[in-house]
Each structure stands twice: as C-alpha cells, then as structure tokens.
Design a protein around this ligand. Structure first.
Ligand code: GLU
Length: 462
C-alpha cells in the first residue's frame, strides 16, 4: 500500500509551495487507494506555534484535503527517539562525543584556513578512555566516510553523493538529549510506514543523512520524489509579493479551492496539454513520475483564468453562500439568478464578483466624469424622461427581456439608435461605463429603483 505524508514544520502559515507538495502526496495516495498521513514537525520549540498548526489544518479543511488517521506530533515522540538513540549506542553505531564548543570552533577555523570542508574529525569515534569532565556529550552517528550514497529519486533519477564530500559523523542527539532533525524524520517516516516521500527539492541535500539513519536502524528506504521549486516570472524563488503567501489569503482574495488546487497541480506536473482538472481527475491521473525536472513558473494570469472558469461553473446557490464572506447577501434577493447568471461569466475572483454586484445593487453616489461627458454630451435628458414615463406606465416588468422590449419601443417611437438611450441609461444606473447588459441591471434593481436612479442622474447632470 502506498503511504505518503505531509510533514510541515509549524513555524508560520501554510504557503503555496508546501501546499503543492501536500497536494501531490495526497493525490498519489488517493490514486493508489493508499494513505496520506500528516505529521507535524514541531520539535523546534522556539519557532513553533499551536496557531501555525491550526492554520495548516484550517487550510486543509478549506481545500478538502483530508488526511488519514491521527495526526502525528514529533514533540510527543521523545521516548521513541530516545529508544533508537540507545539502540544505536548499544550496537556501536553511534557514540558519545565530548568535544567542547571551543574545540569544535577551533577545528572549524583551522579547516576554513586550510580551505577544507568543515566537518567533524571523528575524534571520539573509537574513544575508549575516560570521559572528560564538565562536557555533556552529544551523540554522533557513525556515517560512511567514503563511498557513494545514491538517492534513487523518482523525479531526478539516481542522485549520487560522495560520502567524503558531504558526510561526517553528524549529531543525532544534542547535549540536552534532544534528537536532531534528520534523525527524527527518518525514524518517523519509517515507523509511520511511509514508502513514498514527495517533498521539495530543498530537502534533497538532507536525504543522504536520512539514508544513513535508515541503514543504521535497518529500516527500508522509501522512494523519494524531490519536486523542483516554484519560481516567479523572473526565474527567482517565489517571494511573498509573487504569491508565496498564506494559502488562506487566496481564500480572502476570492479564489475557489478547486481553482487553487487545479493551479497547483499544474505547477510542475502535466498530463498532455490538459489544463482543467477536477479533483477526481487529478486523483485518477496524477503520477509523481510525470513531475517536471525543472522549476515551474508561478503565473497569476493562469490562476485567474482557472478561477474564472470555476466561478462560471459554480451553481448560483453555492455562489450565494460563498459571497456572504465578501459582504454580499443575496439569499432573499428575488433576482439573484439573473444577476449571477449575468455576472459570473465576467468575474476572475469572488471579490471581483462581489464588487460587480455591489456596483449594481447600490445606487451611484457619484458619476464618473469621463462617462458623464461622453454619455450626456448630447443632452439625452428628454429621451431619459420619455423612458421614465414608459417605465411608469408599464404593467409587468420582471425579466431583462421585458425591459429590453420597453427600450425597443422607445427607440422605435423616437426613431433613434439604441445607443442614444443605452449609454446615458447605463451611466444613470451605474454612475459609469461598463457592467453587464442594461436590461439585466434594470431587471435586478426593479422598476422603482430604475426610475429613481434615472431621475437622480437627470437632476444631478442637467
Ligand atoms: N518539515 C519539513 C519542512 O516543513 C519537511 C520535511 C520533509 O518533508 O521531509 O520543510
């Protein structure tokens, strides 16, 4: 059974890069009817916070990424790590190192002066003597000091590391007994049964050390997939400004979860030239073997395009619910279907949709200068007044087509072009150019409000 995991360090919010590897791991588990587990790597007490863990879980909930089983918290597993430290000591695969800070610093300085790689020199590897006084030892693992360490990577192929270039007997437990990062990651992945590790390639350099731990403890080494980073349009690492921000900020900006997930799945993975993937399709088609070898480029227009697609395809009932978060309450509006049908084709985000709706539902408080100049320059007020009379006389006005007929009657009777009424009417209703069809606007706000707005526009601008 395929078991994947997401293992965030809760030092802040969940950002877009982390979410992408979480999504890949989730999809691969689902595709294989396997398990996707969550491990919170909260051993760095100074930098971790419970709020950050909450934020990650909240983001998962918003996106519908459900994990399997209980969440594992590294901070609660000290006993487990201690047991394996003891085991390695007992088996002679790890040892206590009494080198003092000063000694280590001196060693490092000397190596730097000699232009050598800085590394531990193995002083206590085979130490049999009496422990020096006054130094709490750290525990170091015996790492291979020569030969190759090969990471069989599902994305990058075999990555060969020379032990002498990268390894030394690294610390697995600090002087206070606390275990170190690469040690616990390897143990947890092994004990949690994780056999496919999908993570950012910023972790590739940790992998040889983790392999040392797997081997020392006789654990099976998982398959690794190291996913290239996400870059901005300039080819640089994503910054906050480019969108490397809290996943929940995307919710606040008005992106739909399905759009964000679709956007992310295509960052570094492809399936032919298909762009639109429902979550079910992703689960069916995703394969980490198809992850690109090069960095992917974050492209906001693409995200907007996808979001527009998903907004357009969201049922109105659902949109009504989502718009509540953006201060638009349409629940009991009798023309909400007409309104949403007309606008959801045009909005890139829910926020934009909310603004468009507000611009229609709220009478203009001012008139755009340019629009006024253009629309009112021929003094179309008699036409607007004639239209008011038509509106007042009309019996049934419900649908956009009812309003359209009324306008048609007017232009026929007055023998004028449609634009002569259309443009001034638009500016009278909205205070500016743009927006959906005028007949839609009138149908949504209704006869009385239409009359009021036109009268007001005449009074203000004539
Ligand atoms: N906790 C690590 C991080 O948040 C991830 C560890 C891993 O995926 O192996 O970067």
């Amino acid at each position: 059974m395929v078991v994947t995991r997401f293992a965030p360090s809760p030092t802040g919010y969940l950002h877009i890069g982390g979410l992408r590897t979480a999504l890949f791991s989730y999809l691969w588990a689902r595709k294989n009817s396997g398990k996707f587990v969550l491990r919170i790597e909260d051993t760095d007490k100074a930098r971790n916070s419970a709020e950050a863990t909450e934020a990650i879980l909240k983001a998962f909930e918003w996106l519908g990424l459900e994990h399997d089983g209980e969440i594992t918290y590294q901070s609660k597993r000290d006993d487990i790590y201690a047991k394996y430290i003891q085991q390695l000591l007992d088996e002679g695969k790890a040892y206590k190192c009494y080198m003092s800070r000063e000694e280590l610093d001196a060693l490092r300085e000397q190596q730097m002066a000699n232009k050598e790689r800085t590394k531990y020199n193995g002083k206590y590897r085979d130490f049999k003597g009496k422990a020096p006084e006054g130094v709490e030892p750290v525990i170091r693992i015996k790492a291979p000091l020569s030969g190759e360490i090969i990471v069989h990577d599902g994305v990058k192929g075999d990555v060969v590391f020379q032990a002498e270039d990268i390894l030394d007997d690294f610390v697995i437990a600090r002087a206070d007994g606390s275990p170190t990062y690469n040690f616990v990651v390897a143990i947890d992945d092994a004990l949690m049964g994780i056999n496919e590790v999908i993570r950012g390639d910023d972790h590739l350099s940790n992998t040889p050390k983790q392999i040392v731990v797997y081997k020392a403890l006789g654990f099976e080494i998982p398959t690794f997939y190291h996913v290239p980073m996400i870059h901005n349009a300039q080819g640089k690492k994503l910054s906050k400004r480019d969108g490397a921000t809290d996943v929940m900020a995307y919710k606040e900006m008005g992106y739909l979860p399905e759009a964000l997930l679709n956007f992310l799945v295509r960052l570094g993975w492809s399936h032919g030239d298909q762009e639109i993937f429902s979550i079910d399709e992703m689960k069916e088609l995703f394969n980490p073997k198809d992850i690109n070898k090069s960095a992917s480029i974050y492209n906001t227009e693409k995200l907007d395009w996808l979001n527009a697609h998903y907004i357009k395809n969201t049922p109105n009932e659902k949109l009504v619910e989502l718009l509540n978060d953006f201060g638009v309450v349409l629940m009991s509006h009798d023309k909400k279907e007409i309104l949403l049908d007309a606008l959801k084709e045009r909005a890139k985000t829910l926020k934009e949709l909310a603004n468009m709706i507000n611009e229609i539902l709220q009478a203009p408080t001012s008139y755009d200068e340019k629009a006024v100049k253009k629309a009112f320059k021929g003094e179309p007020f008699p036409i607007l007044e004639a239209f008011i009379i038509k509106l007042q006389d009309a019996q049934t006005l419900h649908l956009p087509s009812d309003y359209h007929h009324l306008m048609q009657e007017l232009v026929d009777e007055m023998e004028i072009g449609f634009g002569k009424i259309g443009m001034p009417l638009r500016v009278a209703l909205l205070g500016k150019m743009g927006g959906p069809n005028i007949d839609v606007i009138m149908a949504v706000i209704g006869k009385d409000e239409t009359i009021k707005r036109v009268q007001n526009a005449i009074a203000t601008n004539s």
